[in-house]
Design a protein around this ligand. Structure first.
Ligand SMILES: [Zn+2]
Length: 403
């Protein structure tokens, strides 16, 4: 369980397969974000139809509403969402650190006010691990101290150090939860827990652990701090995967790519690499070129609800009057329901009339676009044409500003 196989490489880009408790994920892979336990406007059947194999859910949001115990009573996160495939939960760190005026950070954890009802709440490394354990995701993220992209070196160092101290606490709590689960399953003692693996919720450990804990590399845009963060993480355990966090929080795209380039050679080659919060097409291709295996972002659904669609010829604003009489598809190269069924003229009409179907159809297309883009990149890595393919794709994507 959690084995990652690199099947092909081209330059720094990798094609792999990651075996998770609820299925195998082919990488590079884009993960749609289901903030509240739902990818906004899309059903699990929609997601399956457009090739999604793993989704992300937000610990912060599910912790506040409906609460992880409610999710557990309703059968755990997979059953709750009606999504039988892999799920990654973030730790809530990104959300609580975004609540600038509503939170207080200490070594113990983060006190904050709920954005829903203003109630006082608390998340610590231990609580973040417990919540994700109770939710039952395949991949749980360590609780990290997130800082703005242009943070000073001092602030970056401080957050990095705290994140490493918190990682040790996350790991200890995760191990205890695993031992407690094993002790409740006397028939399961023959199995061995991996360093960072959760035992299956039901049945013996023969199938392997059902959750893994993934650390997050911090350090802002400072290459030496990023290296120090990675070294600290590798010294703290044997992890099934590694995440790069604290990017896409206001720093330049060049800084993001430089960080990936400097980390690439020192990241363990046999572990999947997850870049958090990246989901515009040119960023996804750029990240894949620099060795990223998984990425997530709310961009495709958020853009879709605003009437913006990704295509190989650049973004399209479907609200624009020039689409009024256009009988052609949104993206002629796309195989999604939106592009194979409806005209640009009809989609524009839906947005003009503020019909819900418009939001759904553009969200569906944008998520499909990123999943297909990742699959196209994978195919190019496997057949050795990735460099040429990515150059041609980018030139076309940036060639003309559509409106
Ligand atoms: Zn489409």
């Amino acid at each position: 369980m959690f084995e990652f196989a690199v099947e092909a490489t081209h330059g720094a880009a990798r094609a792999g397969r990651w075996t998770l408790p609820h299925g195998v994920v082919e990488t590079p892979c884009f993960m749609p974000v289901g903030t509240q336990g739902t990818v906004r406007a899309l059903s699990p059947r929609d997601l399956e139809a457009i090739g999604a194999r793993i989704v992300l859910a937000n610990t912060y949001h599910l912790f506040l509403r409906p609460g992880e115990e409610t999710v557990a009573k309703l059968g755990g996160l997979h059953r709750f969402m009606g999504w039988p495939h892999p799920i990654l939960t973030d730790s809530g760190g990104f959300q609580v650190f975004s609540l600038e005026s509503l939170r207080r950070v200490s070594e113990e954890g983060v006190e904050f006010r709920s954005h829903i009802d203003g109630s006082a709440r608390f998340l610590s490394p231990e609580r973040a691990v417990e919540v994700q354990w109770t939710l039952g995701s395949d991949i749980a993220m360590a609780f990290d101290h997130v800082i703005p992209g242009q943070a000073s070196r001092e602030a970056a160092q401080d957050a990095l150090d705290r994140t490493l101290r918190w990682l040790v606490r996350c790991k200890e709590r995760f191990a205890t939860l695993g031992q407690e689960a094993v002790s409740r399953q006397p028939s399961a003692i023959s199995g061995a827990l991996s360093d960072c693996g959760r035992p299956t919720a039901d049945g013996p450990l023969a199938d392997g652990p059902s959750q893994t804990l993934v650390p997050i590399i911090q350090g802002g845009t400072y290459a030496d701090l990023r290296r120090a963060s990675l070294e600290g993480i590798l010294g703290a355990g044997d992890w099934d995967a590694l995440a790069v966090g604290g990017l896409s929080v206001g720093e330049s795209k060049a800084a993001t790519f430089e960080t990936l380039e400097s980390l690439g050679p020192i990241l363990p080659a046999g572990r999947p690499r997850y870049l958090m919060g990246v989901g515009f097409p040119e960023d996804v291709v750029g990240a894949i070129a620099r060795g990223v295996d998984l990425a997530d972002c709310v961009a495709p659904t958020r853009m879709g609800r605003n009437g913006a669609a990704f295509t190989d010829d650049g973004p399209v604003n479907i609200r624009n009057a020039r689409h009024r009489d256009d009988p052609g598809p949104l993206d002629p190269g796309c195989d999604c329901e939106t592009c194979t069924t409806f005209s640009r003229g009809y989609l524009r009409h839906l947005f003009a009339a503020e019909e819900l179907l418009g939001l759904r159809l553009l969200s569906l297309h944008n998520v499909r676009y990123l999943i297909r883009l990742s699959a196209r990149a994978r195919a190019a890595i496997v057949d050795g044409s990735f460099e040429g393919w990515s150059r041609e794709w980018l030139a076309r994507y940036q060639a003309k500003e559509q409106a």
